[in-house]
Write a protein that binds this ligand. Structure first.
Ligand SMILES: Nc1ncnc2c1ncn2[C@@H]1O[C@H](COP(=O)(O)OP(=O)(O)O)[C@@H](O)[C@H]1O
Ligand SMILES: [Mg+2]
Length: 451
């Protein structure tokens, strides 16, 4: 059966064109369109589409528009068509379970998505079939990456240097790689987004080649090939042109393996920062976007990104792509002030605050400020916990020797605290099952489709 598509786009001529091109489609029938926001609500109710294609309306930002539509029609499949400028909304939109495509809209793309959509609905008929698990697995495989359950993509951030981001990233990454899922160790990737002065690899005695820059060079080769294929001179292309090429490109998640180094004691994979500072100058926003996108579609169970204490593109993208953010600070006024400023910025950007897990590192027995006072200063909800990590004289040695504390024998207060933080980010398997039973799990798009 054909899927009914409703188009929201102020550009009536491009809508007309798309309608014409989709006229003979086997999978889609266009059931209506709106050029203004006020028309959308009634028209969608009147035409009862299966899929809504949302493009720009001058009255409102695409991200805001899609969020409103998602809220009003939670049962509809949504596709957002973004211009190069609007692609900054992409991680946000994906987190709302919205498909994202780059403009110009290709009718084939819509067809493919609609086809995949109907495949999943078709498989839904197998819901009560004894082989449902197989069907589910198959659906997961054949499905576009956007439909997969979200990965545990965790960004460790703190708007001040030396507060313990890299230390905690390393310890958390090692902790996760020691956890199990269905009897096998979790596959964990740590990524060093301190592009210029990263030290994550060093903190594990790992080599710095291959690294992120090796990957960026390969991406550039592919981008140039595409430009040449279009008869364009790569030397004359602008940043925006490369952004457009990059957003239209998909990298294979299997390729990631070529650029990681493995920590042999734990099996942890590390995508390290460039070996030379000048290499970091060549990494652009669209490279990072492509890399993050590919990581998100990879088979890693947990991806942990260590960031720099700045607000550069790498850091902001890592924050927006993340499913959880560990905001690290020390119980010192300057660090606390900067976290407060960063929280303010994120609140203004309507960043979902529930993703942020605040962590106070290097707590001593007696501190000037209590955690309750810090929580009040940050205006956190009383139910939100701040995770304390004690100051521990062993940390320095553990960094200097490249031996994670998590691999030390026995229990210490610091290890216990890091473990508690880790559990809050990725609940252990047993607790995950409990949550599922209680129906508390984040609703997945697949489950919603199958409902
Ligand atoms: N819990 C801790 N106890 C004692 N020292 C710590 C602790 N966490 C971090 N440190 C010290 O702080 C230094 C800076 O940590 P690092 O992780 O490199 O900070 P960042 O990545 O935020 O710049 C480390 O070299 C270590 O000596
Ligand atoms: Mg660091």
């Amino acid at each position: 059966m054909k899927k009914r598509l409703f188009i929201v786009d102020e550009d009536a001529s491009s809508t007309g064109e798309l309608r014409e091109k989709l006229a003979d489609s086997q999978h889609i029938e266009v059931c209506g369109h709106a050029v203004r926001l006020e028309e959308v609500w009634r028209a969608v109710q009147a035409t009862s589409p299966d899929i809504l294609l949302v493009s720009s309306l001058q009255e409102t930002e695409l991200g805001v528009l899609c969020q409103q539509i998602r809220f009003a029609f939670p049962h509809l499949a949504l596709i957002a068509a973004c211009s190069a400028r609007e692609l900054l909304w992409e991680p946000f939109l994906r987190n709302l379970g919205i498909w994202v495509i780059a403009k110009p809209i290709q009718p084939m793309q819509i067809e493919t998505l609609a086809f995949q959509f109907s495949t999943v609905l078709g498989l839904a008929a197998l819901q009560n079939h004894p082989h449902r698990a197989v069907a589910e697995a198959r659906a997961e495989q054949t499905y576009v990456a956007d439909f997969k359950e979200p990965k545990h993509l965790i960004t460790v951030y703190g708007p001040k240097g030396g507060v313990g981001k890299t230390f905690l990233s390393r310890e958390l990454a090692v902790y996760f790689s020691m956890q199990k899922k269905a009897g096998r160790p979790l596959q964990v990737l740590a990524v060093d987004f301190n592009l210029d002065l990263g030290t994550f690899a060093t903190s594990l005695n790992l080599p710095r080649t291959p690294n992120l820059f090796s990957w960026v060079q390969v991406i550039d080769t592919h981008l140039k090939e595409r430009a040449l294929r279009d008869g364009r001179n790569p030397d004359l292309l602008h940043h925006e042109d490369w952004q457009e090429y990059a957003t239209a490109m998909r990298l294979s998640p299997q390729d990631i393996a070529k650029y990681v180094v493995t920590h042999s004691q734990t099996g942890l994979h590390v995508l390290t920062s460039p070996r030379e500072i000048r290499h970091s100058f060549e990494i652009r926003d669209y490279h990072l976007y492509l890399i993050l996108e590919t990581l998100k579609n990879s088979s890693y169970d947990v991806i942990l990104i260590d960031t720099a204490p700045d607000t550069t593109d790498a850091t902001i993208q890592a924050l927006f792509f993340a499913e959880r953010v560990v905001m690290v600070g020390n119980p010192v006024v300057d660090s606390i002030e900067n976290i407060q400023r960063m929280l303010k910025l994120l609140r203004e950007a309507e960043y979902p605050e529930e993703r942020i897990q605040i962590c106070m590192n290097r707590l001593q027995r007696k501190e000037l400020f209590t955690l309750d006072e810090i929580r009040a200063y940050f205006q956190l909800h009383p139910s939100r916990k701040i995770f304390p990590i004690p100051d521990d004289a062993e940390v320095k040695k553990s960094i200097n020797t490249g031996t994670p504390m998590m691999l030390y024998p026995g229990r210490t207060a610091a290890k216990d605290a890091i473990e508690a933080l880790g559990k809050s980010l990725v609940p252990p398997e047993a607790e995950r099952v409990d949550q599922q039973e209680k129906g508390k799990q984040r609703p997945s798009l697949l489950k919603w489709l199958w409902r």
